[in-house]
Design a protein around this ligand. Structure first.
Ligand SMILES: [Mn+2]
Length: 243
């Protein structure tokens, strides 16, 4: 597996400075994991990439969430039915500027026609703006709230898996704020009542069974705001399940 590090936090407009140090911190912790939960040894190489010229890889470490926009522009080029699964507390379709930020990167990808609306699944939503919910509903974009997940985790996962099998390339984007801030305090926006690490792993481990081409990104981890390195460690564990 090839890990691409994108040390970029300018897309957070000052709200999450520090995420540029996450890739190296996460890799340090990744080296401390002997086996992942499938008892696989973690074998990977890593290199840095510039935001303007994204290198090809299997897993991308940010950085703030705006990096997902250029990543997807690059990796979806040769795909006929590209699918995007996002774990995030926020829908990230709050259009503010003409350029993609960590709060509207998905809006830009949709409006530019890079990703089909029907091929997007958002998971863990719990503090959206009313404008964002209107946008998702108007455009028929599938989203599952953290509350829905709590009530029906397994069935929702079955539905996601069914859909994911039709994509020829699945990209999974994990914003660390999808997790509950009690276990992931090192991030820009703390949104109470999020997913547990086990819940997120349940989804990721099941999605790993889908045979189609897969890529991943993990964003918004901020070591400067972390407590006892727990967010960085949890992020490393998530990455370990992708490898
Ligand atoms: Mn996000």
């Amino acid at each position: 597996m090839k890990i691409i590090k994108i040390k970029y936090s300018k897309g957070s407009l000052g709200k999450n400075n520090g995420t540029e140090s996450a890739p190296n911190e996460i890799l340090k912790e990744l080296k401390n994991i002997w086996l992942n939960e499938s008892f696989k040894e973690l074998k990977f190489t890593s290199e840095d990439s510039d935001i303007k010229n994204i290198k090809e890889g299997d897993i991308y470490l940010g950085g703030d969430h705006s990096i997902t926009e250029p990543i997807i522009k690059k990796i979806s080029k040769n795909s006929k039915n590209f699918g995007l699964i996002v774990f995030d507390a926020h829908p990230d379709v709050y259009k503010e500027f003409e350029f993609p930020t960590h709060g509207d990167w998905l809006y830009h990808l949709i409006e530019e026609g890079i990703v089909k609306k029907e091929n997007i699944i958002l998971i863990g939503i719990r503090n959206p703006d009313i404008k964002e919910i209107d946008y998702l509903e108007k455009n028929n974009i599938k989203f599952y709230t953290a509350k829905e997940l709590y009530l029906d985790r397994e069935n929702i996962c079955n539905l996601i898996m069914e859909k994911a099998r039709n994509f020829d390339h699945i990209h999974i984007s994990v914003d660390i704020d999808s997790l509950d801030p009690s276990i992931a305090p090192g991030t820009g926006y703390l949104e109470p009542a999020g997913l547990s690490a086990r819940e997120l792993l349940y989804y990721i481990q099941r999605l790993s069974f889908v045979k189609n081409k897969k890529t991943f990104d993990l964003v918004e981890v901020n070591p400067l705001k972390d407590t006892n390195n727990i967010t960085v460690k949890t992020a490393a564990k998530i990455v370990g399940e992708f490898l």
